[in-house]
Design a protein around this ligand. Structure first.
Ligand code: FAD
Ligand code: 2HG
Ligand code: ZN
Length: 473
């Protein structure tokens, strides 16, 4: 029987898409950088159906590209152009399976949309802290596969730290039910932590047990103008000393980011007068009362104004204003897309080295490509910067695309010099795969390849992503 008919037997005919128009949204990425082709888009409705699809695809040696909300920033969920692969879309599997307010845990399907998971936690009087610009469409499976970070990592950690248990399907169709909610379990190798961050190359994640936290009842949010990244680091250190764990987010943007947002969003309004050289968005949260929290933030900022670390600051007067501050920060990616095709980098370096990194990377890329426009923002408190480069004004896409690999090498060299990482949160996907041999130790690549062969001996899961093909001797 042909492949499509067999897949339809497993998931139902309606859930196997072969029509070009129906397939289109699954075959390109959010940034519009990659395009692929597929034998079918397959939309299973249960873990057993995923297992059935994997068994069939392994028997027939059909590549499988797992996909959630398709918001990857590294081309991680887009198949290649061969048309041999199927895209396995998990979005029909979107149930909240259980919420346990006493154990502070919830069990969800991998295709559940992040915003729905946050809402379900809230409805139970609890809080799920992962928060990012794509939360209205990204899924828990994608968040896990990418080990997503976002705006609250400083306080709560990345997806790996927010997860207690996993359910996965292996390429041969076996199901591992690791859906436990244990906080302590020392019974050998941490498979859960290996699968998280594996970018769809080792298994298909079908379910997860997530950690819940108390609902923060108070928030205080400020938009702060600064001279540069050095001032931002001084401010981070003093706010942290005064506010401790209440510091939830510390997000950095250069003046160039703010100008770009103002250019592309008619409704964006800066809470400060003129566009400053740099800015940070600070959020404190607590289960205590709001007045005390706001006073704490005001105190920290007043001290920083006195010592001339801060040029100007606005504190949100209510939730609506706080949301407007966040919209500015989360609008940078969209503004970048509207401006042109950026060379995207997602690096982390030790927090103390961040200002030095920005200065060195800016100088090096401008020397290599005069007029290139660094648009630098990100999660400064986590040591993670989105170091984006836009072409010089008037430069054609083709000209800039020819230059981009060299600029990427420069940015990554500055990163590695400081013992940093070339992907802090977006993953390697296909965007960074060619940089892996330059930036990862051979022993690490070797071990990763051995694991890949163990779990996926025929190399069928998400081929071409994360791991570069080995060099033949
Ligand atoms: P997809 O894009 O569908 O897939 C991502 C990767 O996971 C692919 O490799 C795919 O093969 C794999 N995958 C998906 N589902 C499964 C599964 N069930 N089993 C196995 N593998 C699977 N990321 C951050 O970390 N922090 C941010 O602040 C952030 N902000 C963003 C803002 C915007 C506007 C956008 C568009 C993206 C942002 N991202 C951010 C990037 C992205 O990582 C997240 O949006 C999200 O984690 C991806 O989830 P998804 O469901 O869309 O996954
Ligand atoms: C963010 O922090 C996202 O807003 C997207 O991780 C970053 O567009 C980017 O480079
Ligand atoms: Zn980010």
């Amino acid at each position: 029987m042909d492949l499509v008919a067999r897949l339809a037997d497993i998931v139902g005919e309606r859930h196997v898409l072969v029509d070009a128009e129906a397939q289109a949204p699954f075959l390109t990425d959010w940034l519009g950088k990659y395009r692929g082709a597929a034998a079918a888009i397959v939309r299973p409705g249960s873990t057993e159906e995923v297992a059935g699809v994997m068994t069939l695809c392994t028997a027939r040696r059909i590549p499988v590209v797992p996909q959630g909300g398709n918001t990857s920033m590294s081309g991680g969920a887009t198949p290649d152009m061969s048309g041999r692969a199927i895209v396995l879309s998990l979005t029909r599997m979107n149930r909240i399976r259980a919420v346990d307010p006493i154990g502070n845990a919830m069990t969800v399907d991998a295709g559940a949309v992040l915003a729905k998971v946050q809402e379900a936690a809230k409805a139970a009087g609890r809080f799920f802290p992962l928060s990012l610009g794509a939360e209205g469409s990204c899924t828990i499976g994608g968040n896990l596969a990418a080990n997503a970070g976002g705006g609250a990592v400083l306080r709560y950690g990345t997806m790996r730290e927010l997860t207690l248990g996993l359910e996965v399907v292996l390429p041969d169709g076996r199901i591992w039910d690791g859906l436990t909610a244990l906080r302590k379990d020392n019974t050998g190798y941490a498979l859960r932590d290996l699968f998280i961050g594996s970018e769809g190359t080792l298994c298909v994640i079908t379910g997860a047990v997530l950690k819940l936290f108390p609902q923060p009842l108070a928030r205080a949010t400020a938009f702060v103008a600064l001279r540069d990244a050095n001032a931002a680091l001084s401010l981070l250190s003093s706010v942290r000393a005064r506010c401790g764990d209440r510091l939830t987010a510390f997000e950095f943007m250069t003046g160039a980011c703010l100008s770009l947002i103002l250019k592309h969003s008619a409704e964006a309004r800066l809470p400060l007068g003129a566009v400053p050289p740099a800015a940070v968005l600070i959020e404190l949260s607590d289960t205590d009362d709001e007045l005390a929290l706001t006073e704490r933030l005001e105190g920290a900022l007043a001290e920083a104004v006195e010592t001339e670390i801060v040029l100007d600051a606005a504190i949100a007067q209510d939730g609506v204003q706080a949301k407007a501050f966040w919209r500015i920060r989360e609008g940078v990616s969209e503004a970048l897309v509207r401006e042109g095709k950026a060379a995207k980098h997602d690096v982390s370096v030790p927090v103390a080295a961040m200002a030095d990194f920005v200065a060195a990377a800016d100088a090096a890329v401008i020397a290599a490509a005069p007029g290139v426009r660094p648009i630098v923002f990100g999660h400064l408190g986590d040591g993670n910067l989105h170091y984006n480069l836009l072409p010089r004004m008037g430069q054609s896409d083709a000209d800039f695309a020819a230059l981009a690999p060299e600029l990427t090498r420069i940015v990554h060299d500055e990163t590695c010099k400081r013992r940093g990482s070339i992907s802090a949160e977006h993953g390697i996907g296909q965007l960074r795969v060619s940089e892996m041999p330059r930036c990862k130790a051979p022993i690490e690549l070797d071990l990763m390849r051995s694991l890949k062969t163990l779990f996926d001996p025929h190399g069928l899961l998400n081929p071409g992503k994360l791991l570069p093909a080995p060099v033949e001797n």
